[in-house]
Design a protein around this ligand. Structure first.
Ligand code: FES
Length: 126
């Protein structure tokens, strides 16, 4: 199995401490959070009714959805009120001053997606 392919989403400092930002990577909408100087990436789509989790309130490794306050751990995507439910998480790394996220290609996307673009895939229904 090959290493995941990382995509640069932002420069270090572009995501304010204690907040999240939304990025589209490989056709997925990803919430990247900065807390205590480190970064975590989860699926931005709240499984309740689809709010953007990046816009939620972040504290102690937990983001509360801005619509109805479902809470998810940013380290592993676990829903705090029912650990059997999770949102996807994605590897994050910092290279030089770039924040990079690895998101596997979506099954509806091109299987040989070898682009480095962060543009949304218009064929993705998400
Ligand atoms: S949409 Fe997220 S808790 Fe309702």
């Amino acid at each position: 199995m090959s290493d995941p392919e990382f995509t640069t989403v932002a420069k270090v400092g572009a995501i304010a401490e204690g907040t999240g930002e939304t990025f589209t990577v490989n056709g997925r909408i990803v919430a990247v959070f900065c807390e205590k100087g480190s970064y975590q990436a989860i699926d931005d789509f709240c499984p309740h009714m689809g709010a953007s989790l990046a816009a939620g309130y972040l504290e102690d490794g937990v983001v509360a959805c801005p619509w109805h306050a479902w809470r998810f751990r940013t380290c592993d995507g676990t829903w705090c009120d029912n650990p059997t439910l999770k949102v996807d998480t994605f590897p994050v790394r910092v290279v030089d001053d770039e924040i990079q996220v690895a998101v596997p290609p979506t099954e509806s996307g091109s299987p040989d997606s070898d682009n480095s673009s962060t543009d949304a895939d218009p064929s993705d229904p998400a």
